[in-house]
Design a protein around this ligand. Structure first.
Ligand code: CP3
Length: 355
């Protein structure tokens, strides 16, 4: 089995720097578009056979070192009781934004097996079909990022409703965050039990907060998730008398201003977006941290030689961390030429070889 990715997550010795890409399954791939032509996005997420199929596409086409479960961070939000649609122009749209106490009270904490059985089915199918070729990553949105979608009713520019609730109705906000945290814990824990070998927590909107607000309104809930998963892992290792540890990756987009606080999440791997130099990020996190990232997704529009240069620069800087998993600084863009992505993966494998 190619477990280079898992070993890098644990800070162990690897033969080369492993690579995968955020949003590696998606519209830039003609093979994904062919599947999507016959089915809407939410149905695709909820049909295990198809979700497994598109999860495997980038593994076979790009030669990446990990697969990531095909789904969306908003699937559990829907299971909590908020009707969700995806529009081509606006992205996710929630039918009724959650903006007051009674809306929060109406939300349920889903039972993963009952309310999202397709997720567990997709994971089991994938573990079977991957045949240990590469590890499978599960994921969830972080409580704060999920809260922004719930409160705003979709994507947002200034997050006025979210900040209004945070600052003026902090009791309602913390109730919402507690429900989301319980949901994220049971969601990730169910994914781990079904067979994912690492998990990533996406905190796409954490960077809109001041460091102090991040520390008060977002960080404590991420810590609860990390602590709960780690203590479950410890109990399992003890019970089964085998070391079982599923690495936890935490990705906060636009993390430069909050790196000191991000380190306090206790995650095993810290994802770094592209707005900060990798050397700088490692200097500020300390050399005991394993990092992931941080190529600008737009670098994939450059000629191959330029892509190689940028890959080499990040690889070289990543050497000073305890471990480095190559990735983009955020999701791959739909307009990206596939041949450039393949060239990038090849460059990481070629120049990331260890002596
Ligand atoms: O990484 C992967 O390949 C796994 C699949 C995955 C998707 N979304 C598929 C997707 C993952 C891990 C996500 C996470 C996700 N979803 C995040 C966190 C990561 C990030 O990008 O910050 C967020 C914020 C969402 C919410 C979301 N989903 C938005 C805002 C949109 C619309 C914008 C867009 O890119 O279309 C989506 C839709 C979405 N999620 C698509 C895919 C492949 C496109 C849907 C389509 O086929 O039309």
């Amino acid at each position: 089995m190619n477990d280079t990715f898992l070993r890098a997550c644990r800070g162990e010795k690897v033969e080369y720097t492993p690579v995968w890409l955020m949003r590696q399954a998606g519209r830039y791939l003609p093979q994904y578009q062919a599947v999507r032509a016959n089915v809407d996005f939410i149905t695709l997420c909820k049909t295990p056979e198809l979700a497994a199929k598109v999860t495997l596409q980038p593994v076979n086409i790009l030669g990446v070192d990990a697969a990531i479960l095909f789904s969306d961070i908003l699937i559990p939000v829907e299971a909590m009781g908020v009707y969700l649609t995806f529009s081509d122009k606006k992205g996710p749209v929630l039918s009724e934004p959650v903006r007051n106490r009674s809306a929060v009270d109406r939300l349920i904490i889903p039972d993963v097996g009952e309310d999202m059985p397709f997720i567990l089915e997709t994971i089991k199918t994938l573990r079977r079909e991957l045949e240990n070729k590469v590890p499978l990553i599960g994921f969830s949105g972080a409580p704060f990022t999920l809260a922004t979608y719930m409160i705003e009713g979709g994507s947002s520019k200034n997050f006025i409703h979210t900040k209004r609730m945070m600052f003026q109705h902090s009791g309602v906000f913390s109730c919402l965050m507690e429900k989301l945290t319980a949901t994220v814990i049971s969601y990730l824990s169910a994914q781990i039990n079904a067979g994912v070998q690492a998990v990533q927590i996406f905190d796409t909107w954490a960077g809109i907060l001041t460091p102090r607000d991040y520390e008060e309104f977002a960080l404590p809930y991420v810590k609860l998730v990390v602590d709960a998963l780690k203590s479950e892992q410890r109990a399992k290792s003890k019970e089964q008398r085998v070391e079982s540890s599923v690495p936890i990756i935490y990705f906060a987009n636009d993390c430069a201003g909050i790196l000191k606080e991000v380190k306090k999440t206790g995650a095993d791997v810290i994802g770094i977006d592209w707005r900060i130099d990798m050397a700088d990020a490692i200097k500020r996190l300390g050399k005991k941290v394993v990092v992931q990232g941080n190529l600008d997704p737009c670098a994939l529009f450059l000629p191959k030689e330029k892509i190689e240069e940028k890959v080499k620069d990040i690889l070289w800087k990543g050497e000073s961390a305890k471990g480095h998993i190559f990735n983009l600084g955020h999701g791959i863009l739909p307009e990206t030429p596939v041949e450039n992505v393949i060239a990038m993966v090849e460059a990481v494998h070629k120049y990331g070889k260890k002596e």
